[in-house]
Design a protein around this ligand. Sequence first.
Ligand SMILES: *[C@@H]1O[C@H](CO)[C@@H](O)[C@H](O)[C@H]1NC(C)=O
Ligand SMILES: *[C@@H]1O[C@H](CO)[C@@H](O)[C@H](O)[C@H]1NC(C)=O
Length: 408
Amino acid sequence: MNCVVGSSCSMMASRGSTVLVLILCSALVSCHAAGGRAGRALFTTFNVLNYGAKPGKQQESTQAFVKAWRAACDFDREARILIPPGVYKLGETIFQGPCKSQTPITILLQGTLQAVSDISAYPDKGWISFDEVNGLILTGGGTIDGKGQDLWKYDDCKTNPDCTHLAASIYMTKVKNAKVKSINLINSMGFHMHITNSYLVRFHRLKITSEDGPNTDGMHISKSNTVKVSRSVFRTGDDCISIGQGSNNVTINKITCGPGHGISVGSLGKVANELDVQGLIVQNCTLVGTTNGLRIKTFPASGPSKASGMLFKDIIMENVKNPIIIDQNYGSKSTKPSRVKISDVIYQNIRGTTISPVAVNLKCSAQEPCKNIRFHNINLRHTSNVRVSSTCTNAVVQRTGLQSPQAC
Ligand SMILES: *[C@@H]1O[C@H](CO)[C@@H](O)[C@H](O)[C@H]1NC(C)=O
Ligand SMILES: *[C@@H]1O[C@H](CO)[C@@H](O)[C@H](O)[C@H]1NC(C)=O
């Protein structure tokens, strides 16, 4: 095994440690089982401690992390970056690709990354950013703590329409073929994760928890194709997952969402020339105590775009305020209608409880009515036996199967 200068190589020639490495390897990353022969390690480890990272200190480890990344990224075979247990203080940290290896780089996060609480440390969209990386696995059970509670006071998006969001804890742009698995994210400054201009990114077994911070969406997806989120728990101050313009083929499976604002498509139509949203499946999810359940929101007076081909299936609501809502007059006082065309949306097997008497609320655009909206087996009831109802404006709706509330 050759090791690059300055890197730590955990591979030993002895038989015992090779066996250990093989076991670890098959448990944590997918290896080419056939490629490894006895005595030859399958990957090289780049331990951040060997690049000067200082766990448990007030001193920042940003440069050490960037150096470890550089070494791993420039390594032409399988590389793993190890972040051992401990708390590491980081300012803005950019993991820049492209990288040399044909196999994904693994970041094994066992410790906790903690953001420095200095607003000027984050001039860009991300705290920890991955840019132009093709092949990435981020896993290890560790925690990414944005310390947002120290900086939320700088978010002025409630009053300033041209505000910039605070940095996302994980910002991925032009990332391809990535997997994020078994990671905890807490108290992000802005979004916990922001995925944009990316392709084939999968998230499993994440735990996202924030106190009630502004715009602390669990995940925001935009301009990306084939994103899958599954088996994760989102407890946030804003949307659990928001699906913005240019999102295609997004699948959300078996997530639990709440508290927070629910699962949202949008907001769409805020800026000119937005890309369409096409292909979304939300399946086997539970929403608990959220303000919205399944929401599609578009701004009035928008430019033209489309949001179509969406399936919401096998969803359980518990104490949700607006279980099913389309709001095409979102957030503004304009009387001009939205020009986002919403069509081909299926709500199937949606059941549980709401705290508001209007369980289904479709407020579509007067200029572009919602088309081909289908409801199949809807069973929503009020938490205190109040009769629930539906309201629909500018919507063409088909209903089959059980309908509670009654169709509008
Ligand atoms: C859509 O996503 C699924 C997995 O989530 C993938 O198998 C499929 O190839 C994707 N389709 C397209 C057209 O990219
Ligand atoms: C989703 O939930 C439905 C109904 O609860 C169940 O029948 C189905 O097996 C689940 N699907 C998956 C992929 O877990």
